[in-house]
Ligand binder design. Structure first.
Ligand code: ADP
Length: 221
């Protein structure tokens, strides 16, 4: 059976989470204390309810405990965000994901039992900087402090060569997981597959090794 989701706080972030879940075919309960936000979201998702999430009775009445995941996307009202997390935790919600606006807020959320804390602004900032520093890195996902997945645009260094010729694993210690060529996605690239200019290479590795590959491929562009 499909997972069920509730999203509390329908600002830009929560609204986007709710809308994306809905477009992927999931059932979403959207909650906000602002009637206008609820009305706007009611056109999009399965259920939209006006309620203050710091009101335990209101949360109980909507059966929030039965949802598999509850996303708390309350922005600047830190008090509301913390109280809501605490109430949901005490009610026994299985998985609580909360948006934090800063590190301290995030720390408090973990302490009171949030299962996952996200920092959309901070994370987006980090990704943007990676892209600004190296325009050939189109996207970047941090797996841990040391390991990442990057999307590298294939330029002169790669063009017309096979993975075997490039020998990326032995020379740089990273792995090409997939090659995107136009609309085509090759998710199990063979050693003999030829890379074309403009292809996107999805590469996983240690940050130091990824940096080495990038420097070799693009110098200090
Ligand atoms: P963003 O930065 O993602 O746009 P906002 O701060 O604009 O975030 O949006 C947060 C939303 O959370 C607002 O729509 C606000 O009405 C809602 N919200 C804040 N506190 C509560 C609460 N206690 N109960 C329900 N909704 C709340």
């Amino acid at each position: 059976m499909n997972k069920t989701f509730a999203v509390i706080g329908l600002g830009r972030f929560g609204g986007s989470v709710a809308q994306t879940l809905d477009s992927m075919g999931y059932e979403v309960l959207a909650v906000d204390r602002n009637p206008q936000r609820v009305q706007d979201m009611a056109q999009i998702v399965t259920h939209a309810i006006e309620a203050d999430s710091t009101d335990e009775h209101a949360l109980k009445a909507m059966g929030i405990r039965n949802f598999d995941v509850v996303v708390i996307a309350i922005g600047d009202d830190i008090q509301s965000s913390i109280l809501t997390t605490l109430i949901l935790k005490e009610m026994g919600v299985k998985k609580i994901v909360v948006k934090a606006v800063n590190e301290l807020h995030g720390k408090v959320l973990y302490k009171i039992g949030a299962d996952r804390v996200v920092f959309p602004e901070r994370d987006m900032g980090v990704r943007l900087v990676h892209n600004l520093i190296s325009p050939n890195i189109l996207d970047y996902v941090e797996l841990s402090k040391d390991y990442s997945i990057v999307e590298i645009l294939a330029g002169d260094f790669f063009k017309g060569k096979t993975l075997q010729e490039l020998d990326i694993r032995a020379r740089f210690g990273c792995n090409v997981m997939a090659i995107k060529s136009g609309e085509k996605f090759n998710i199990a690239p063979a050693a003999t597959d030829v890379i074309h200019e403009g292809d996107l290479l999805i590469v996983i590795g240690h940050n130091d090794h990824l940096k080495k590959l990038q420097e070799q491929a693009y110098g200090n562009e």
